[in-house]
Design a protein around this ligand. Sequence first.
Ligand SMILES: Cc1cc2nc3c(=O)[nH]c(=O)nc-3n(C[C@H](O)[C@H](O)[C@H](O)COP(=O)(O)OP(=O)(O)OC[C@H]3O[C@@H](n4cnc5c(N)ncnc54)[C@H](O)[C@@H]3O)c2cc1C
Length: 435
Amino acid sequence: MWVAGMGGMGTALSLARQGFTNINVWEQAPYLDEVGAGINIPPNLGRILTRWGVMDICKAEGVAIQVANVHDCETDEVLTATNYSEYMRQEYGHPFITVHRSALQKSLVRGALDSGRVTLHLDQVISEYDFENTRLLVRDDEEGELVWVDADLIICADGIKSKARAALLEQQGIKDEVESTGQAAYRIMVRKSLAANDPELLPFFTQAQSHRWIGERRHVMGYPIEAGDLFNIPTSQPDGNFVEEDEWTAMGDKDTMLETFADFCPRVKKLLALVPQYEVLEWRLRVHKPLPSWCDGHIALVGDACHPTLPHLAQGAAQAIEDAVALGIILSRIKSRDQIPAALKVYQKIRKPRADWAVVTADENSKHLHLKRADRDAWVADLRAALPEGEEEKVVIDRLGSRETHDRLFRYDIALETEQHFSKLFAEELMAGEA
Ligand SMILES: Cc1cc2nc3c(=O)[nH]c(=O)nc-3n(C[C@H](O)[C@H](O)[C@H](O)COP(=O)(O)OP(=O)(O)OC[C@H]3O[C@@H](n4cnc5c(N)ncnc54)[C@H](O)[C@@H]3O)c2cc1C
């Protein structure tokens, strides 16, 4: 039993596929809407969705990226262009797809509900966790009723602002401190019809390419979604527009947004000028120090609740759903309810090192992407000098386009890893419990 979202619905589906029943998901949103903007389905996530038989919507509504470009923000010069077309399929078995977040959500919700084993309770807020007795206090927002719900296991996938994480850390005597990164992001989009008469902008919609224009302390990213009908533009800039300390998102001001990127090349500025006036949403980018523990007794955290990340490695959803796969397999292998605590420790052992690495790498990536031009030139010159003669062009500026990152992230099969390591790790946990 747990809270919804990508990690929550993914875990529900994963458990349903392993044969579990009476799976309940509580979600505070009153209905599932087209909230959010673009999200990435890299090959490590595509492999899972395909195996689960829920890739159809994302395939139909998404765009398989063929080339990932990194540009200088002022000159528009292409600094690196990584060809994804055949390479992603050949090397990792799946394309790199970009979709609207709602397409991924629909896929997971449909898969979970079609299993007949999952009940989704919308408009229900988890207002308190009683970890000792494995129960949740659920508030029905419409009726205003408060009800305690008992469970065998509670999986908390309540996102970056997780209350469950705070409660878990409090039990361990640790204060929950979400860290400011000093960065914020606009999540904005332009519809193709607005650019239809502009031959300079139209290729953004018709060519399956992603673009990242980098500059000092800022970048603008862009890729098509909704089968090329929308161009999704996530940005990164210094966090300077939020007034209240605990503000997370705000309706941004379009003029301020345009001013933030005023020194970017004319093509980007023309694109940004097309963003509808009242659709400039700004998010504060926050992370959390790696947690000492993701679980306690019959409680486990999943997704952004335990490894919130900067978006610069495009792994937020993929890492949450890898958690879901690992949990499904691990829980299907235990024999009784009293083995749940040991099983959850195995989940943490398998998942935490990889998820923590993705968080750190996304952070490092932003540091390099946001260098001053002169510093970037010096850094790139050093990188080139370190490459063998004749291979200088293979220099990588954006870790998202690097072969090394791809091998580490996309070749990895979480289901295989979990199957391979479960027995040994579980035996160790059982022995440690008896000692
Ligand atoms: C509204 C929204 C829009 C987003 N848009 C984008 C986007 O455009 N691009 C992108 O890359 N990432 C986006 N994200 C983040 C992205 O979904 C996650 O980083 C990633 O998928 C990991 O998923 P998660 O399940 O851990 O967290 P999330 O997807 O954030 O899911 C957490 C869920 O828990 C629910 N919840 C939280 N607290 C409670 C409570 N007390 N009771 C009941 N329910 C609760 C939330 O409503 C949410 O549905 C968005 C997240 C949200 C919530």
